[in-house]
Design a protein around this ligand. Sequence first.
Ligand SMILES: [Zn+2]
Length: 156
Amino acid sequence: MRIYNFEDTTAEVNTDEMFMREALRLAQKAFEEDEVPIGAIIVAQNKIIGRGYNLTERLNDVTAHAEMQAFTAAANFLGGKYLKDCTLYVTVEPCVMCAGASYWTQVSRIVYGAKDEKRGYTTVAPHAMHPKTQIFGGILEEECGALMRSFFRAKR
Ligand SMILES: [Zn+2]
């Protein structure tokens, strides 16, 4: 992944973009299934250990957000509930529930795409995240946001 790039900071950005593309692919899958198009993955040591996308319609469960699916998948993969040294990639800024879940998993890093001005945790409860969790927003923001906009436009 880093072979073609010799500048460390740039390499990290490219890696984040690469993983965000995978989360975006899952968001697209949600879109095709008529679910709010949000996708998430968990990465540990540059490997994807959990994937998820929004399943609130299919499961008839308001808690079935992409992040929750990915957390469960990653914990199953690891055989432990904590996600220390893992990164969560999610196409849209987490809501308060998912921020709370992130807190409990102790995930080290969160990278999100588009901001959610209405329901994002930074608007609703900025202290919901664990203080040690590093958070980066705006990775592939345009593409992640565009998918959401086209979903809600079609609903109107
Ligand atoms: Zn959520």
